[in-house]
Each structure stands twice: as structure tokens, then as C-alpha cells.
Design a protein. Structure first.
Ligand code: I3S
Length: 130
């Protein structure tokens, strides 16, 4: 069952609390609006929740209990880069998806953001090979 589990695009790869702002929607520039988000990386997408799930709940249980993501994006073909030029904040990542949705992710913890960078790159490269 393990290989099947690893292939499931909905399996969670990583989750955590990050600062996030959208900067473009469908290629149209948006005004920044930084705020905390609970971010979940699955095998194929990045999902944003307004708040973190209770420690006790599985993501599935939480979703069944009625919690809906604020937004989610398909990572297939997405571009990942440093957001250094796009923000005065430190430790910023820039993601642009194929439909032209762009956002920045930021953490005050350098290692935390580096781990997110690595996890996102792994997922995006895996999707590129499919
Ligand atoms: O890229 P910008 O325009 O310098 O981003 C800053 C602004 O969006 C600012 O909001 P207003 O211009 O709407 O007041 C935000 O408060 C800042 O956080 C933005 O810059 P950083 O460097 O934090 O991404």
C-alpha cells in the first residue's frame, strides 16, 4: 500500500504556519495583503487555510468537520524562486502558477523557509517528470 500512498496527489507532504500574500491573480497584479496562513503542501497542490487545525485533528477529519481552505493552487508547471526582489521581508519565496496566480511565502525562521523551498521544489520537479 505504501507506493500507492506516495502516489496519491492528496497526501500531505508538509504543513505549517507561514506569512502569505497573493501578488497576482490570473496575471493581474494585486495589492499585497500579508497575513498568517496555515499552508498545506500535497503531492500536487498548495492549500491555504485561515487557521491551523486543532492539534488533535487529522486534516481529513478537520475537513469533514467543515473547515474549508481559503484557496488552493495547482503546482503543475509552477515556477519557484526567491522573493528577495519582491519584498523587504527576509526569507521570502515567490511562486507563480501556470494560470498566473502569484504569491509570496515568508517565515522569520530561515531554516523553516529553506525546508519549504526544498519541499516545494521536490513536488514541482516530480510533477514536471510526470
Ligand atoms: O511591494 P510593496 O508595494 O513595497 O509592498 C508593501 C506594501 O504593499 C505595503 O502596503 P501598502 O502599500 O498597501 O500600504 C505593505 O504593508 C508592505 O508589507 C509591503 O511590502 P513588503 O516589503 O512587506 O512585502
Amino acid at each position: 500500500a505504501l507506493p500507492q500512498l506516495l502516489d496519491d496527489p492528496h497526501v500531505e507532504e508538509r504543513s505549517g504556519l507561514l506569512n502569505m500574500t497573493k501578488i497576482a491573480q490570473g496575471g493581474r497584479k494585486l495589492r499585497k495583503n500579508w497575513g498568517p496562513a496555515w499552508v498545506v503542501l500535497t503531492g500536487s497542490s498548495l492549500v491555504f487555510y485561515r487557521e491551523r487545525p486543532p492539534q488533535s485533528a487529522s486534516l481529513q477529519g478537520w475537513a469533514r468537520a467543515g473547515s474549508r481552505p481559503e484557496s488552493s493552487v495547482d503546482l503543475r508547471g509552477a515556477a519557484l524562486a526567491s522573493g528577495r526582489q519582491l519584498s523587504s521581508r527576509r526569507n521570502v519565496l515567490h511562486i507563480r502558477t501556470v494560470p498566473g496566480h502569484e504569491f509570496l511565502l515568508q517565515s522569520d525562521e530561515e531554516t523553516e523557509l529553506r525546508d519549504w523551498h526544498r519541499a516545494l521544489r521536490t513536488v514541482i520537479e516530480r510533477l514536471d517528470r510526470e
